[in-house]
Design a protein around this ligand. Structure first.
Ligand SMILES: [Zn+2]
Length: 572
């Protein structure tokens, strides 16, 4: 039985397919072997399928259809639903390749809206059939429970609100091409500022600074509108707060209050370690910046690093590269950021990122490939709980384990690359918490204003020790997740605590770290704490464990400092 969840379809950057999206049960992972260029739309029309589903629901309600026949028709409708979802994911990838192309955008929007409406009808139909005595075996307690949960998160009454939400997100995504600043008699869009190679560093800095204020104002105004519409969604469905609704959508086993507590413990234990890592990071970055990291050679290095760390991941890598199931283009019209999405009808994931020649590109691709490998091996997954946190362990865990073979990617500067990676990992951990705290604040305010949000953000990044590294009061408007995938960020923190634990273990026992990672990657069900326990790892929420982990990281950091590593070697 496939699970149906309507609502937000493919909102998640960095990790497509979650948020309130459909999670279909895997028919073990199969792969059609088609290349991305060969993928065709299903040819199904969403409006027609909605009409058919309504007719099906109507006939079940009136008792004209029941038992196996009704169930077979519902199963067929669910197949169609999955095909339309795959169509929508492909439309989304096309839109991300050029966010200025309105045709791609509206193709995606139409599919996404239609699929949400279709999902609501199919959940209602399944809820009627569960009462059918002939189908008792089909609707066991677990299935009914998950249907009821889906029903609590969806209602036709919120569909217009979700459409409004999607329009506001689209307006945010269009800002860099729409917003114009003037300097020395010339007009610039944000996209032009970022992509003009002739700009001197001084002109770039001046223009970018000039662009920040209007961007913050306009994106901030869109965010206030998003807060209003999202709170209405939560209220309509009877939730106490938008944060609680959203945590339920994501399927977390912990509450926003638990996350707030986690954040405070993370702040206390890890902000000092981040600060200690700063000076080595800057030295390392100085060494790493002397090189460019061309896509072709970096990808060969990444392939070797992954194959030598976890040989079983060579197969998904070969599938991805052999079938063109990735896109690392460089056009400035692309959606910023990276994501991986599962195309269920083709049994194949797709990886999207934008290559910049920067030293941070290899870990970005390795992160996304952790998601890719998980989708490839497990299909969409069966988790009913904490799927997003576990998915981030797939990604961040692989990032921190491949550090062991950074020599294949970074050669003589691999120690510097490891120092940089550890810094980024700690930054992601603290930022994951700070962004969640910020969003919890934003959605809880009676009358939020952009100024108040800027002030709170400034306070939080100071508290979490992020203000030393370029983040400032206006930076929150530059984070796409805040607009596109609300309350995603805490999963980066929850996942990173485990990824850092794997990193610490790998320092003394690489095989044990790999085994623990494998146990997570091949999970068959969810529940973060249960899976971690089975893998022999600690409860990431335990403050005592956090303090130990922070101490271990400090020790590794100081040892590397005294060994004269951390970017002090020459780039030969
Ligand atoms: Zn991720």
């Amino acid at each position: 039985m496939k699970r149906i969840l309507s609502l937000v379809l493919i909102a998640a950057m960095l990790f497509g397919g979650f948020g309130c999206s459909t999670i279909t049960e895997p028919e073990a992972a199969y792969h059609t072997g088609l290349s991305f260029s060969e993928l065709e739309p299903s040819g199904k029309r969403v409006s027609l399928e909605i009409a058919r589903a309504k007719e099906l629901l109507f006939r079940i309600e009136r008792g004209e259809l029941s038992g196996d026949r009704a169930q077979a028709m519902l199963d067929a409708a669910e197949e169609t639903y999955q095909a339309l979802q795959t169509d929508a994911s492909i439309a989304y990838i096309r839109y991300c390749r050029d966010v200025t192309d309105r045709e791609n955008k509206s193709a995606y929007d139409d599919l996404a809206s239609g699929i949400e409406a279709l999902g609501c009808i199919l959940v209602d139909a399944a809820l009627l059939l569960k009462a059918d005595p002939a189908l008792r075996e089909r609707y066991d307690a677990k299935t009914v429970d998950s249907l009821l949960r889906e029903d609590a998160l969806s209602d036709p009454a919120i569909l217009p609100l979700i459409e409004r939400e999607r329009d506001l997100v689209g307006a945010y995504e269009a800002l860099p091409e729409r917003l114009i600043v003037e300097r020395h008699g010339r007009r610039w869009t944000g996209d032009e500022i970022l992509s003009d190679p002739t700009l001197s560093p001084e002109d770039f800095a001046a223009l970018y600074e000039q662009y920040q204020d209007p961007f913050n104002r306009e994106a901030g105004a869109l965010y206030l509108a998003l807060i209003r519409v999202r709170r209405q969604i939560a209220e309509t469905l009877g939730f106490k707060s938008y944060a609680e609704y959203r945590y339920d959508c994501i399927g977390r086993s912990y509450t926003p209050a638990d996350a707030a507590q986690l954040s405070e413990h993370v702040r206390d234990a890890f902000a000092p370690v981040l600060s200690q890592t700063a000076a080595p990071f800057y030295r390392a970055a100085g060494v790493l910046c002397n090189r460019t990291y061309a896509c072709g050679s970096a990808m060969r290095g990444i392939r070797t690093a992954i194959a030598e760390t976890l040989p079983e991941l060579s197969e998904p890598w070969t599938y991805m590269t052999g079938h063109g199931m990735f896109d690392l283009g460089t056009d400035p019209k692309r959606m910023p950021g990276s994501f991986t999405v599962y195309l269920a009808d083709y049994g194949a994931p797709f990886l999207f990122s934008s290559w910049t020649n920067g030293f941070d590109m290899p870990p970005t691709v390795i992160h996304e490939f952790g998601h890719y490998a998980s989708f490839y091996l497990r299909g969409s997954g069966t988790e009913t709980e904490d799927a997003l946190d576990l998915a981030e362990i797939d990604a961040q865990g692989l990032e921190l384990l491949t550090v062991m073979r950074y020599d294949t990617i970074y050669g003589a500067v691999s120690d510097a690359a490891e120092t940089a990676e550890l810094f980024y990992a700690l930054y992601a951990l603290l930022d994951g918490c700070a962004e969640d705290a910020f969003q919890q604040y934003a959605y809880a305010q009676e009358e939020p204003t952009v100024e108040a949000l800027n002030a709170e953000y400034e306070r939080l990044i100071g508290e979490y020790g992020l203000d030393r590294f370029g983040a400032e009061a206006r930076s929150w408007t530059q984070i796409p997740h805040t607009f596109q995938s609300p309350f995603y960020y805490i999963s980066y923190a929850a996942g990173m605590l485990t990824a850092l634990e794997l990193y610490v273990i790998s320092k003394s026992d690489p095989d044990a770290a790999k085994e623990a990672y494998r146990a997570i990657l091949t999970r068959t069900d969810g529940g973060l704490l249960r899976i971690l326990k089975q893998a022999g790892l600690n409860d990431p929420f335990d403050p005592e464990h956090m303090r130990n982990l922070a101490r271990e990281l400090e020790r590794i950091q100081s040892k590397e400092e005294t060994d004269g590593r951390n970017g002090t070697q020459n780039d030969r």
